[in-house]
Design a protein around this ligand. Sequence first.
Ligand SMILES: [Zn+2]
Length: 288
Amino acid sequence: MIQDINPLQLNNHYDPDIKSDDKSLVVVYSEKSFLLAVNDETGEIAYPHISDLKVTTESDLVYLFGIGDEKFFLFLGNTGELSYDGSRFAFVDFSRVRSRLFSPKHYVYAAFTAFHLAEWYDVTRFCGKCGSENVNDRIERARVCPKCGNKIYPRINPAVIIGVTDKESNRLILTKYRTGFGHNALVAGFTEIGETLEETVKREVMEEVGLNVTNIRYYKSQPWGMASDILAGFFCDVTGDTTIKMDDQELKYAEWNSPEEIVLQPMEYSLTNEMMKLFKERGYGGTI
Ligand SMILES: [Zn+2]
């Protein structure tokens, strides 16, 4: 999955006293794009160092996280005022980073995580209560309004990925969205306020494919910065009638698949794909 970058590790402990140095990498984010150097032949991406950007004001940078001995900072200043070598660096749409098999993998994971944080910094420039300009908290990752004291923490949206299984026939429900992502997926959806993750599983399965489920069992989770979410994967068993009644507003395909019928996604980054792969390789027995 995207977060599997062994032996490296993401260190997201927030320390406002960490200062940038010549080795620091800078995430320059603008309109869902990152400033990157892309080697089209090898598929390797690289983030600019501070020296590549001539950033002189430390206050324009906020520490994001570390991976290995590399520290990542987000540029909060005006991207239009940056100067860089345009023959090396260009803004690359995040959807391209997601859909292409770029390397190294920890830089792709960094992009997903930086995307989540950059979006959050972008939409928290001003206080939602009184409209004043927020500042960064001195101790923790938060935005604080200097006028009314309103504090905003990073927002993470919980969502579930659901492998609906039929023990009797050894099949799994695969779906395809009506728009956007074109490959096979699983039933999925965001948690509503006031419900548990298990209730989200039951509701989403009923909404998308019209089935009742039981024996809900947690599998694994995955941070998925592109929708500012944390995904929790569950398998569950269909109970009662197994006839799919598809929500055709959201989906264009929802069918029971046997292990040998399952066509995986082209990328191995997602929890969804890992869950489909598990069923493809081990069938129902792999999910219990
Ligand atoms: Zn305020």
